[in-house]
Structure formats: C-alpha cells, structure tokens
Design a protein around this ligand. Structure first.
Ligand code: NAD
Length: 404
C-alpha cells in the first residue's frame, strides 16, 4: 500500500521512500520525526484498525522519550497497546528471549492479524522479528530501527534470528526465519542519542555497501561517503536521510535479486565482504582496535578491519589491480570515519586462519572469500592463495600495516 507523500513528515524536512521488491513489496520510509506519525502510518496501511491489538517490543536501553513518542502515536491512532522492554544484548537474543515475547503476546490475546512493532537496534529487530515470524505461524511486523546499523541493514530484508548456546558457546543467529516486515520506519532524528561508537559501527557497514555499490545500483556510494563523512559524523539530518536511503536502496536491490540468500556466487553473499576476516578478529579476547582504550572489538569495527584485510588480500592475489590503490583508499576512509585500521593483541596467523575456517562461507573445507575487484565491485573467490590471505591479516596488525 502506498502512503501519500504529504503524510511523511514536516514540510521542508529531507525525506525518502524506498520500495523493497520482496514477494510482498513494502516501503522503507526515511526522514526525521517519523515516529510521531507511526500510528497514522499503521492506520493508513490497514495494520491498525480500531480495537485491534498492537504489541510494541522496544529496546530497554532507548531514551524514554523515543519510546514514549512511538507509544503515544500508536495510542492516539486507536491501538490497544501492549508493551515489552527487551534488553539489547546478544545474551538476550535467545530462544528464551523470544519465548518471553511469545508468552506476553499470547497473554495480551494478540491475534493473527494484529501487528508487532519492533523499536530498537538489530537485537530487538531480530528477536521481535523472530517472535512475529513464528507466533500463530506469522503475524505482521513493522520495523522501527533506532541504530544506524539497523536502519541500513538489519531492519530491511526479512532476516530474523536468535542465538543458540551449543556446548557452552553462543552460536550467533543459528535459529531464525525469513519474515519480511510490512513497513520500515527509519526516523533519523533518533540517531542523535546513539553513542558515537555504535554510530561509527553502522558507518562501517555503509562503507562495505559502498565497496559493492556498482553491483547493486549504487555506483557512486563509496565516493559519496568519502565526501559526506564529516557531515555524517556531525549527524547532519539531511545527509543521514541520504545515507540511509542510498544504503537501503542497495540492500533492497540485493534482496530483490536474492531474497533467501540462495545465489551461489553473487547476490546476498556479497554482503559478507570483510566479514570472514572480521569474524576472525571480532571474538579475540584482549584485542584492542586502533583508537580504543578498552579491549574488545565491536562487530562494526571488525568489519572495518575486515574490509582492509580483504582489499589487501585482493591486491596480493591479483583479484584487484594494485594500481587502483584501493587498500590506501579504504584505509583512509575508515580512518576518516573514526574506525580502527589495525588492532593490537591479535593471535598468530595460524590461529586467525583457523578462526576464518569456521566462517559460514567455508564449503567442503575450502575457504571462500568475498574480495573487492575494484572500487564498488566485488566477487566471491574460492581457495584464495595462502600468502594473499596472510598479507590481508598482516595489513591489520598494529605495526604491521606499513607498505599497504
Ligand atoms: N537481520 C539482519 O539482517 C541483521 C543484519 C545485521 C545485523 N543483525 C544483528 O543486529 C545486531 C546488532 O544490532 P545493532 O548494532 O543495532 O546493536 P544493538 O541492537 O545491540 O544496539 C546497540 C546499543 O545501542 C542502544 N541504542 C539503540 N538505539 C539507540 C538510540 N537511538 N539512542 C541511544 N541508544 C540506542 C541499544 O540499547 C544498545 O545498547 C546483532 O545481533 C546482529 O546479528 C541482523
């Protein structure tokens, strides 16, 4: 269902709408102040009719005024609202966390056509999305992402998941379902309160998108981020609308081509650029990223390091011509965005290679890496040369990046 453009937001504010061509197409609305009209949007889409129930699952760590803005708007539009606060931690993104939501939904007599609203970052979106996917075999969900990462990635595309503890270790996103939202509302004004480190982690995913933009209809995204970085870091709302809408357009193109990540070499798999190297460093206890004091590398920081490693690996293996100087370019952008270019305290190459071998892109024991082939371009490579992978790892070791 289409929403009239005048319903979007205050006059004069930057705004955008991106259509996701899933089997049931839906809109992603992007503008400052959208949460104030949340109830109206749901009403216009027929997701909220008088006396129908609504279930709002929100991040327990959100500033109260964000939650209240959404709740007041849903209430004013006539929704019979039940609310549940979800702790935003990987340890809460579990079957038990989803079960708690399911029990609360059942206790509130949530019915088949009643809508769930997820308000929060990727954790809340994933666990509430999963609960919505399995409650009564699927009820409608509206995603209202409140982190940059969730706006540009997690809330769009219909992947939902929880983690599973297996023999003492937490396997991320092992249990899940594809369940596309009916609508995504990205109110960029909520990014004002997002901690800097979380914001920069979201930027890392945007840089990754820029590095595959040519493949998915956003050929100038990398250059655009390079130019807009200072305004983005200052959280200029018009620039944020453009950043989110360009990234959502790219994600929508990927989802339109490969909704369920079934394509062998391209499609959704290219979104894993930087992730195989990144996963190897993300879980290293005691590792410290450049510019951070406390040990521990966040996911987005690991992705930033992974992008540098993958680019260096691509140059060494011949996948990407050296004369393009892409590693230098990526390193410079990552630094501009306040993300680490290297990490101290990484284990031996053998240990990191072993960690990479556990990545989901490994098939039949053969390492498969998404590597850049030029600015905005990437492809999947099976069994890359060992010395190229080692050069990638060397490029992100603190003190080891010289000559990249
Ligand atoms: N489904 C997908 O396609 C997909 C894609 C990428 C990532 N993910 C998942 O997303 C999760 C990470 O999500 P995330 O990075 O959004 O982190 P998150 O959900 O953990 O949120 C990060 C922190 O920011 C706080 N926060 C959120 N919004 C805020 C705001 N506006 N102001 C102040 N504080 C705010 C939260 O309380 C939390 O402490 C991971 O579990 C990952 O697996 C899913």
């Amino acid at each position: 269902m289409n929403l009239p453009p005048e319903a979007l937001t205050a006059k004069g504010a930057a705004q955008a709408r991106v259509r996701v061509q899933a089997p049931r197409p839906y809109d992603v609305l992007i503008a400052p102040g959208l949460l104030e009209g949340l109830g109206e949007f749901l009403r216009e889409m027929g997701l909220l009719v008088p006396h129908r129930r609504l279930f709002l699952a929100h991040d327990a760590g959100l500033p109260a005024e964000i939650v209240e803005t959404a709740a007041v708007s849903l209430h004013a539009a006539g929704g019979r609202l039940s609310r549940s606060a979800v702790e935003a931690g990987e340890s809460a993104k579990t079957m038990a966390g989803a079960e708690r939501l399911l029990v609360e939904m059942a206790a509130s007599r949530h019915e088949r056509r009643d809508c769930v609203v997820a308000l929060g970052g990727g954790i809340v979106g994933d666990v509430a999305g999963f609960a919505a996917a399995i409650y009564r075999r699927g009820v409608p969900i509206v995603q209202c992402p409140t982190t940059l990462l969730a706006m540009v990635d997690a809330a769009v595309g219909g992947k939902t998941a929880v983690n599973l503890a297996v023999e003492g270790s937490l396997k991320k996103n092992l249990i899940g379902a594809f369940h596309q939202p009916r609508l995504v509302i990205a109110d960029v004004s909520v990014l004002r309160t997002l901690p800097d480190r979380q914001f920069r982690c979201g930027l890392a995913e945007c840089i990754k998108h820029g590095m595959i933009g040519v493949e998915f209809g956003e050929p100038a995204l990398l250059e655009w981020i390079e130019a807009a970085a200072p305004a983005l870091l200052a959280r200029d709302e018009a620039k944020l609308v453009e950043l989110v809408s360009r990234n959502v357009a790219l994600k929508a193109a990927v989802v339109g081509l490969d909704e369920r990540e079934e394509a062998e070499d391209g499609g959704r798999a290219l979104l894993n650029l930087g992730h195989t190297f990144g996963h190897a460093v993300e879980t290293v206890e005691g590792a410290i990223g450049e510019g951070t004091r406390a040990p521990g590398i966040h996911h987005g920081e690991a992705v930033a390091l992974g992008l540098i490693a993958a680019t260096r690996c691509a140059e060494e293996s011949g996948a990407c011509p050296r004369e393009l100087k892409l590693t230098e370019r990526v390193r410079a952008l990552i630094q501009r965005c306040g993300l680490p270019r290297s990490a101290a305290g990484l284990p031996s190459d053998e240990e990191l290679l072993a960690r990479m071998a556990h990545d989901k892109k490994v098939m039949g024991g053969i390492l498969r890496l998404v590597l850049p082939t030029g600015p905005g371009r990437a492809a999947l490579f099976a069994d890359p040369p060992r010395q190229a992978v080692l050069a990638g790892l060397q490029a992100i070791r603190a003190g080891g990046a010289a000559g990249c």
